[in-house]
Design a protein around this ligand. Sequence first.
Ligand code: NAD
Ligand code: TDX
Length: 339
Amino acid sequence: MTILVTGGAGFIGSNFIFYEREKHPEDRIVCLDKLTYAGNLSTLGSVLDAPNFRFVKDDICDREAVYRLFEEEHPDIVVHFAAESHVDRSIENPGVFLETNILGTAVLMDACRKYGITRYHQVSTDEVYGDLPLDRPDLFFTEETPIHTSSPYSSSKAAADLLVQAYHRTYGLPVSISRCSNNYGPYQFPEKLIPLMIANCLADKPLPVYGQGINVRDWLYVEDHCKAIDLIMRKGRVGEVYNIGGHNEMRNIDIVKLIIKELGKSEDLITFVTDRKGHDMRYAIDPAKIHAELGWLPETLFAEGIRKTIRWYLDNKEWWETIISGEYQNYYQQMYGHR
Ligand code: NAD
Ligand code: TDX
């Protein structure tokens, strides 16, 4: 079987490729990635020359390139990770989010219709449900929760989800969608909360906590997400949405304090900065459906996962130091310089 993985040079896509190669070495994996600022070919260094693996640098919005690739590879399954994924960037510059996340998804599904596939899987996010109030810990996002987005990022992901459902209903495309909570783990780009705090902590730089740091996210170790996607794309029901999350809700400030403690630094590094515009308060997933239908449960406890993650960033300094020494400096100045 050939699996086309888009966005495989990014955080979750690369972890997914490693997971698939371990669990299903018989499958061929083709990775399509544009290598934007968030994509890093060195991440895939260990598999680039491996048999049953091919990397293709192209844009999912480029119809000709995508059709050519389908003609060459005839993938059985398409797993679509490629996206602009950072909320703060979407607030500064929404345009590219609409192009990649919405139009790119349509191009990919058009190719699936034209050449035929057995499954198209859309990797979506809990952010499409908007947020929950802090004073209602009894509320969770289920698959029935209405779409209600806050940021250009989440709106573009929600629009893509609606298109995926439309392609299923209108053209009978065999699709599935997963909506996962916040991931953490190896190879996450240092603009995201956990790796940013680890990198700043190690450099004794201020730790920029938005607002009061009381926003809650539901954190899941990336490998648990990969396992869930693997199950859904192989055994999940066509046309269905599956929520993925591990009931691991934490306030941002507590995550930051935990990282400080693990790295033996001082809480004086914490700097409260101007809040994110439209900042979602709380995300919390109800994963009952994927548990009941596919037997999925998260395996990595947060205490263990965060230690593994911190250890990974300590052991792989070159990977992220290369990133933050380049264009990232301009980004950091632009995003945090005036807060
Ligand atoms: P990421 O930003 O780390 O990686 C995105 C990858 O997509 C990069 O390799 C990039 O080069 C590639 N890409 C971007 N635009 C492209 C284009 N036009 N054509 C081809 N490739 C392109 O993102 P991530 O955190 O790994 O997220 C992957 C997916 O999972 C996204 O769809 C995101 O919405 C979703 N998701 C992420 C999280 C999370 O916590 N990170 C949680 C739930 C869902
Ligand atoms: O410097 C920071 N300071 C801070 O307080 C950063 C980068 C973030 N934050 C806060 C904002 C959020 O409340 O931390 C929380 C997590 O922020 P991000 O890492 O930017 O993630 P989030 O906005 O929650 O979105 C993530 O999870 C859902 C991913 O980036 C999305 O791609 C995914 O869909």
